[in-house]
Design a protein around this ligand. Structure first.
Ligand SMILES: *Cc1c(COP(=O)(O)O)cnc(C)c1O
Length: 432
């Protein structure tokens, strides 16, 4: 498979698209064509396991890794369960938070680190690859965990000082070795802008080799397509004839774009709901046709506090710039913090199930969905214990900390504080 940039000037194969992250012309890589899984595979879908489905998808896009190796990567990257929990008759939560950092970003980070590491092993000149990643919390920890101790790779994590939870900060700053936490005195949007600037700065790139582990990297998104297909398989297995609607709690819209990959590959998916918090740039676009990026607002679902969603250009190109076509597949909904809290409380009182604030945005959107025909699947993006500060006061109960989350709390924080200015970042990158 060949890839082109959304800005139209750069081209690359799969391995190059992953190693570069951002296209040299500043755009995002998109596949040249949209391949389809075979009819035979789709007929047998209800019987397929997660790894088989993931592999079938990967094979459509990745020809540079032999199948045996790709199989191994798939098995190692996704070594945790992906349960589909029934909340109501027609309403499900797909729990994507059973990986090491307890958020769905483990899927993307674990696949990307293993594929990049495979490509680096194949290379002759083995200069260090510097991964730059901006995070509002969950990305950084997933990337840190996924890339920790991977030979030949150094990771710089940019996170907004004081705007991530204490647990998230511990998850970002306590690895050490090849993982370096840069604490930016600014917002997530500042972090994202700085990361993008570093990736496209000519003189810096002449000195050091960079890539991105944000969802601008296609290698983060492809693995996420697999769980949409898997949930569709589970529902077929459960006797559902109608295709599911997926509700995607969204920030940078990488997860939603991954859903489009799965649908386009032929997996039975009806449509998507883009559920955002107060940062409602995309739902507004779907309604008005105006895309108006702006500064992000702080909410209780902080991993979705994005004012200028980076993957929107991909979605726009996917629909060839047609809002009408986009709106046929994607319904936008914006949920307030008050609604999010009320949803956490209601669901807990009704069934004892505890939602994290991001998944709760999805459940709140599901409740507002005008009469849906088939099953509705909300992507459960994080474990509630990651956001205890928000969840515990709402449900009036303490949440036990799962063992994956206990370890970082005991370690010492190490970060390098920088101002949200590019020269400060360059200085830190050169020095460290
Ligand atoms: C990153 C994240 C999101 C948003 O995902 P995007 O792909 O950026 O839209 C939602 N929920 C949680 C818990 C996250 O970490």
């Amino acid at each position: 498979m060949r890839f082109h940039s959304t800005n139209g000037k750069s081209r690359a194969g799969f391995s190059e698209a992953l190693r570069l992250g951002l296209a040299p012309d500043g755009g995002l890589f998109m596949p040249d064509i949209w391949p389809h899984v075979s009819a035979t595979f789709l007929r047998k879908l209800p019987k397929k396991h997660f790894h088989e489905i993931a592999l079938a998808l990967f094979k459509l896009f990745v020809s540079e890794i032999p199948e045996r190796e790709l199989k191994k990567i798939t098995r190692e990257a996704f070594d945790f369960p992906v349960p589909l929990i029934r909340l109501e008759e027609n309403l499900f939560v797909l729990e994507l938070f059973h990986g090491p950092t307890m958020a769905f970003k483990d899927f993307g980070a674990r696949f990307l680190s293993r594929t990049l590491s495979y490509f680096l092993r194949k290379e002759k000149d083995r200069g260090t690859l510097n991964i730059i990643v901006a995070t509002s919390g969950d990305t950084g920890s997933a990337v840190a965990s996924g890339f920790f101790n991977v030979p030949g790779i150094r990771v710089f994590i940019l996170y907004p000082s004081g705007l991530v939870s204490r647990l998230q900060e511990q998850q970002l700053t306590t690895y050490g070795k090849n993982i370096i936490a840069l604490e930016v005195k600014g917002t997530f949007d500042d972090c994202q802008r700085l990361a993008k600037q570093a990736l496209s700065d000519k003189s810096l790139n002449a000195e050091m080799r960079f890539s991105s582990a944000n969802s601008i990297n296609f290698g983060r998104l492809l693995p996420q397509a697999s769980y949409y297909a898997y949930a569709a398989a589970l529902l077929q297995r459960g006797g559902f004839k109608k295709k599911p609607t997926f509700i995607v709690p969204s920030g940078n819209f990488g997860n939603l774009f991954a859903g489009l990959i799965a649908k386009k590959a032929g997996f039975p998916i009806a449509r998507f709901v883009a559920a955002t918090n107060a940062n409602s740039v995309v739902p507004e676009y779907l309604q008005t046709g105006k895309f108006a990026p702006r500064k992000s607002k702080k909410t209780i679902s902080n991993a979705m506090d994005v004012g200028n969603p980076s993957n929107f250009v991909r979605i726009l190109e996917f629909y060839r710039g047609s809002r009408k076509a986009m709106a046929k597949d994607i319904l936008g909904m914006s949920i307030s913090d008050a609604e999010t809290r009320a949803t956490i409380r209601d669901v807990f009182c009704g069934s004892g199930y505890v939602l994290d604030p991001h998944t709760a945005v999805g459940v709140a959107a599901a409740r507002k969905l005008p009469g849906s025909e088939g099953p509705v699947v909300i992507l459960g993006t994080a474990h509630p214990a990651k956001f205890r500060e928000v969840v515990e006061p709402v449900i009036g109960k303490e949440l036990p900390l799962p063992k994956q989350l206990q370890a970082p709390m005991k370690k010492k924080k190490r970060s390098v504080v920088i101002r949200p200015r590019f020269p400060d970042l360059v200085h830190a990158l050169r020095r460290l």
